[in-house]
Structures are given as C-alpha cells and as structure tokens.
Design a protein around this ligand. Structure first.
Ligand code: LUZ
Ligand code: MOS
Length: 756
C-alpha cells in the first residue's frame, strides 16, 4: 500500500502549519534571543522597540502568569530569560506585531546590556568544573577490573562524535487562537502534543483541559520537535492569552538553526580487551555528553547511550559511565537514535582500533562477538537476537569476500584512488527507556454510512505512521481503505500522549487502534450472530462482506453498520494499550526496558580520491530485521532515509561553534547536508523476515531509528580506504569525516579538533 499522503504531497496540497489559512486579526511573533552565550542581564530596554510601527506588545518573563519553566525532565529551562542568559539565541523577549516584517524590525531595536560570564563549550571542561546536568550513571556487568588479566590484547583510545542539525524541511512554529472563557487552541509543529499542552498549562497557570493542541502533520521532526516545539507554541499561547488574538510564529531557517538544540555531541574514552581468539572479554567506556545549557531530554539521551554501549555484541565484563555536561550552547536534544548512535560509534571505534593493532580485519572481531539469544545485555535484559542471522545472510547474498578481493585488486592498480569497505552491525532497543511513557490511546468512530474515523496519539511527520494506522483499522474490520480516515492528533480527542518518538509510535498507537477496533467488531459480531441465529465465532467479515460459517449471505458492511445503529450498540471505542513485561530499576541499573531489539548488518564500499580528499559511497548493502513488514514501501523509505541521514552525520555535517558559543555553521551555505550526489550509488536492502513472536504491531518491527546507525559504516570504510593509500596514517576517531579531514589523513597531518 502506498503512503496515503503521497498524492497530496505530490500536488503540494498536504497541510502543514504554514498552510493553515490566516484568520483575520492574526498577529505575528518574533523571539529576541540573547546575543551572548553566558552572562547576567543588567538592563533590557524595550522602549524604542515598543514605539515601532505595528507592534502590539513585547513580552518578557514578567508577563508569564504561571511558572516561567519549560524543562521536561529537570526544571532548569525558563520560557523567557529572567536575570541570566545561558546560550546565544536564548529567548529573552517576544515581539508581537501586525506583520512578520514589523515584528522583526522592532526586534532589532531591543537593547540589552549583559555582564559576560565565562563560557564553556567543551563537555570535558564542563565535567572538570563540576557542571553536570544530572549525576553520572554507570552500567556494569561482570568484573571489568578482574577481566583485564585474561586479555591478550588491550587497546585504549578516545572517540568523538559531532552534533547534527535536524534540518526538518518545516521549521519550528505554532499558531494559537483564543477560544471562549480563556481556552486556547494551539496548532503546533510538534512531535509531542501533550508536552506542548502540559508546559503551556504550567506557564499560563491554567488547567490542561483549557488547551487544545492540534497537529495535522509535520514536515519532519527527527527528534527536534519531541521537546523543543514547546517553546514556540507556548510563546504564541502567552501572547494569545494576554491579547485575545490569534498569534503565529513560524521560525525562519536561521532562527531555527541558531536558537534550537541539536544532536548531543559526545567525547568519549574507551578501553577494550580481547583474548587470543578475538573474543571481547572486557570493555570500559566513559562518555562526556555535551548537553548544552539545560537538561531538555539529555538525561534520557544519556541513558540510551548506555543501553547501546555494546551495540550488537555480547561482552561479559563491561563498565560504562556517562556524564551529562552543561555547556553554554543551545540545549541539545533528541535526534533519531537518541544517544544510541553516539554509544555505538565508540565501541565500533574500539573494535576498529583493536583490529588495526592486532593486524586482523575488524569484521573478524565483529562477527565473533555478535550477541546471541540468551546472552545478557549489561543492563540485565536477556537478548532475543537476530544479529547472527543478519550477519550470515549478508555474507551469503552479498559475498563480501568477493567485494574485498575486488577492492584489493582495485587498490593495487590505482595510485590516486583507493577503495575501502566496512561491516556495520546494528542493534536497537524498541521502547521508551522511561517505562511509563510506553502507553498509547486510540479513538475509533464508525459512522452510520460505514465510514470510519480514527484518532490516535501518533503524529505524522513523514514517517508514514498514519498509513500504518489506517492499515490496522482496515485489516481488523476487513473494509476498503477508502472507508478509513485518520484524523488529526488532538489533545481533546486523545489525552496524555507520549511524543511520537523512540521508533515506538506505530507499535504503541497501532495496538491501541487494534484494541478499539476489535471491541467494536465484537459488538457487531454479537448482533450478527443474533440476526442469523448462529454463534459469534461463526461470524466473520471478508472484504466488506459478512460471512456466516465462511459463506456470504447477502449482507454487507454498510447494512451491518445500519443495523448496529438501529440496535443502539456503541459504534465508537476508546482503546488503551501498554506493552506488558517492561520494567527497569535505575538504582541497580538492571531490568527489561525494551519490548524487543531490531538488528541488521550493512556492508559499505567507498572510493576516496586521494589527491582531493573527496569520496564517493559506492554501495551500502543491508540485511535488515523487519519481522514481517506491514508496508514494504514505507519501511524501505525509512531504511534509505535513515541510512543517508546517518552518512550525513558521519561524513558531511559539521556543526561549528566558536569559543564564544556562536554558531558558525548557521545556514545551508555553511552547513552541508547530504544531497542526491552524496547518496550511495547503490543501496541494496534485503528484507529479512524474522517471524518470531514479537511485540511489534502486526509483527512488523519498528523501523524509524535503527537504520540511521548503518551510516556509521561509511566512516570506517573511509578510514580503511585512507589506510590503503597511507598505511601509516594516524587519525583520531573523530567525526565528521569531511573531505578536509580525509585529506589530512591522506597527507599524514594531525587533524585539528573541531570545536563543538
Ligand atoms: N525519546 C524518549 C526517545 O523520550 N525516550 C526514549 O527512550 C527515546 N528513544 C529514542 C528516541 N526518542
Ligand atoms: Mo526521536 S529521537 O524518536 O524523537
């Protein structure tokens, strides 16, 4: 089945925030952000700005009627700065005017006096100074200290990953409308409608039931709108609260890049020990997460780094410690993978370095240590593994020995072009790591004409979740897809939603749809059984035809629904789903946090131009653990998009802040993202059907985040190609592997560390 949005997307008819028709009387907002990364506000002078044409009002923290606080995990983030600023671009005031242009012109007239305070941008410096967002956490299994003595090889090093700009095509924004008696309707480009509702209620000091948050769809989220959409929605709501007029704010690209947080950069240390047969015996890692100026989601991101510190491998002795470090950068946040990729890069670097030191290919270590069903993760969950299966099938169908042989021949013949390859196994845990967040609701209405309306907590952001929800309803009722409409995500219809995140949205909301549809179906079966004097088990529906004992009786869906209405049964149902069996005890750092894991293996081949440092990704060949894909078109799109986004993070995308905490890569002219030319020439995806019982919706495993980590393979393939040119190349394990960095490796220069 095609994505149900494909036609309207292609025609440009899909509705995003900026497509909502303007209501007469609408005002436009612009946030004034701090020009300094850290300091004390001595004076804020709005007088000139307030006199500018079109200005309705300028708001500061003094206008927040409730609590001036939007921190979700830790209450450390004001909506508008009070006496201190903690990063460049931190909102200090909100200008509201008759037009966008007038709001921006007035904003330029705001004068602020700031007494500068010391600026920290490096997470290791922050840790030294004791600037931690939350206390550090350690995951442990076995006894690392005792295990080193059993190791024939011990290798140590550091591994750093840079941040990543979300670059959703639709920037952050919101549009708010006054309703009667002080209620406010908020249209927000958010992955978390309830997060917006909850924090708007806190800031405005009103109950949540007065705030209707409505989301049709987003032009991308990637984690950037899991928490950080709230700021803009609440600022608009604040203005609507005071002015009783509709207020819109849609950030321009540079505002969005400058004022919002990104993927957390990490600086990490590793120590890995192997026995003489290349079994990994011990692994010790320390992560310094660059959280930025406030907690935002960083403590949860940190936790997922630890959950994925051993990637796809079983290691009997592990000690992994993570620090969330406060710096004077915009608060960093969720980004596809949510700390998992950052943790996985470090163990891949450790394996790669160990392989080079020992003198074996990295795949020999990787393949020998893949986690098996029954093995224990460092956090106590027992693995249900498809790691070996994916690896073996990849070897069978893609014949990497052949690729390797061809690469050797190519490299022997060519002086200025060198090829390299790598293997990248992945393992990603599905569920929010905060167990209570794993719940969802759905509201299903069957109308008297037989059409069906479905509301869930799922937010469509291009990932195709609405198509999957429609498939679930269609399949359970066995009706034509045209009968089903997925309605907007709305906090008045569905309460207490978890954000659409953690790759778990289709599973959680899909199961809630399943529960609601089945309840209605049961009632329909009961009246049919009475009508035909049979038992309920003898009633079924097949493609809109009601069957009795498997045979048609000239009675169809439309007639059945009519009868259902006349017999006064409930044709609506609210379904609630919470996956069973999840638990976690953070005191001992043990439990069973994930419903299941998703596995896969990617084989990447690259060619480096050794004169220029430029490169091409020739091919990425993937065997991916889909369970039983319920929509191969959507799932393929997720794998391709995730892979390319991962390659971008590993190779091109370079976020640069200067020592004053100013974002230098603040536009698309200075921040390079993968385009059609940097996409691998060949992407070959093998759908591995892994038909075991699992907790996925219709056994179709979650597919949102896991494929991003395949992109890590490109980094190591590039290193291998550089080594083929210059076997004594000494390179830090640091990303992104830009052409500049490749060139430095090729000419043997120590690479400059990018300030992040
Ligand atoms: N968001 C979240 C996530 O709040 N908790 C998670 O565990 C998570 N994992 C991945 C992506 N977003
Ligand atoms: Mo996400 S990083 O699943 O919002």
């Amino acid at each position: 089945m095609k994505n149900i949005d494909s036609n309207s997307h292609l025609r440009g008819e899909s509705i995003y925030l900026d497509d909502v028709p303007l209501v007469a009387g609408t005002l436009f907002a612009a946030a004034f952000g701090s020009p300094h990364a850290h300091g004390k506000i001595l004076n804020l002078d709005l007088s000139e700005a307030e006199k500018m044409p079109g200005v309705a009002r300028i708001f500061t923290y003094k206008d927040v009627p409730g609590e001036n606080q939007i921190g979700g995990i830790v209450p450390d983030e004001p909506l508008l700065a009070e006496h201190h600023v903690h990063f460049q671009g931190m909102p200090v005031a909100l200008v509201v005017a008759e037009s966008v242009e007038e709001a921006k012109m007035a904003m330029k007239k705001i004068k602020i006096d700031i007494e500068p305070l010391p600026i920290i941008t490096d997470p290791r410096v922050a840790r030294e100074k004791g600037e931690l967002i939350v206390p550090p956490r350690t995951f442990k299994i076995g006894d690392v200290d005792a295990a080193w003595s059993q190791c024939a090889h011990i290798v140590e090093g550091t591994a750093d990953t840079n941040g990543q700009e979300h670059l959703y095509i639709e920037t952050q924004g919101a549009y708010t409308f006054p309703l009667e008696n002080g209620s406010i309707r908020i249209i927000s480009s958010t992955q978390g409608p309830t997060a917006v509702q909850r924090h708007a209620a806190i800031c405005l000091g009103i109950p949540m039931h007065m705030l209707e948050v409505d989301v049709t769809r987003l032009g991308g989220g990637f984690g950037g709108k899991e928490d950080q959409a709230s700021m803009w929605a609440i600022l608009c709501a604040l203005a609507t609260y005071h002015l009783k007029r509709p207020v819109k704010y849609s950030l321009d690209r540079m505002e969005d890049m400058r004022m919002t947080g990104k993927r957390n950069p990490y600086s990490s240390d590793f120590k890995i020990g192997l026995d003489k047969d290349l079994n990994i015996i011990a692994y010790e890692s320390t992560y310094h997460q660059n959280a930025g100026a406030a907690a935002d989601l960083s403590p949860a991101v940190l936790e997922r780094t630890l959950f994925h510190s051993t990637n796809s491998y079983f290691v009997p002795n592990v000690k992994a410690t993570a620090y969330s470090c406060r710096t004077n950068l915009p608060p960093n946040t969720a980004f596809r993978g949510f700390g998992g990729p950052q943790g996985m890069f470090v163990i891949e670097a450790a394996i790669h370095k160990a392989a080079e030191t020992i003198g074996v290919p990295a795949w020999e270590i990787q393949s020998r240590n893949l986690i098996k069903t029954g093995d224990e993760f460092p956090f106590g969950q027992i693995a249900e593994s498809e790691a070996k299966e994916c690896w073996v099938v990849a070897n069978q169908i893609f014949e990497p020995e052949k690729i390797e042989k061809e690469i050797k021949a190519f490299n022997a013949e060519n002086v200025l072009f060198k090829k390299g390859m790598s293997f990248m196994p992945i393992c990603f845990g599905i569920s929010f790591t905060k167990t209570p967040m794993n719940q969802a609701r759905a509201l299903v209405h069957v109308y008297t004409d037989g059409s069906v309306g479905v509301s869930t907590g799922a937010v469509e952001m291009g990932q195709g979740v609405n198509t999957k929800m429609l498939q679930v309803a269609t399949q359970i009722f066995s009706i034509h897809p045209n009968r089903v409409k997925i309605h907007t995500t709305n906090t008045f219809r569905i309460a207490n939603t978890s954000p659409s995140a953690a790759s778990a949205t289709a599973d959680l909301n899909g199961k809630a749809v399943e529960i609601a549809c089945n309840a209605i179906l049961d009632r329909l079966k009961t009246i049919t059984a009475e009508k035909f004097s049979v038992s309920e088990t003898e009633v079924s529906i097949d493609n809109e035809e009601v069957l009795i004992k498997g045979s048609p009786v000239g009675y169809n869906w439309s007639q059945l629904i009519q009868d259902g209405y006349l017999k006064r049964i409930a044709l609506s149902e609210h379904g609630h789903y919470a996956p069973p069996g999840l638990h976690y005890d953070a005191k001992i750092e043990k439990g069973h946090p994930f419903a299941y894991h998703v596995f896969g293996t990617a084989i990447t081949e690259v060619t480096v131009d050794c004169l220029r440092g430029t490169y091409l990704v020739n091919s990425v060949k993937i065997v991916h653990d889909f369970g039983t894909s319920m929509n191969t078109a959507i799932d393929r799109g997720q794998i391709e998009g995730g892979l390319v986004q991962g390659i971008g993070w590993m190779t091109l995308e370079e976020i640069v802040y200067d020592e004053n905490g100013r974002l230098r890569s603040n536009a698309l002219s200075t921040y390079k993202v993968p385009d059609i030319y940097s996409v691998p020439k060949e992407i070959d995806i093998k759908f591995l059907k892994t038909e075991k019982d699992n907790m996925a919706i219709l056994k179709s495993k979650a597919v949102g985040e896991p494929p991003l980590m395949y992109g890590i393979g490109t980094y190591f393939a590039l290193r291998n190609a550089i080594k083929a040119y210059r076997p004594d190349a000494e390179m830090e394990y640091a990303t992104p592997m830009t052409p500049e960095r490749v060139l430095m490796g090729l000419v043997g220069k120590k690479q400059e560390k990018v300030t992040v």
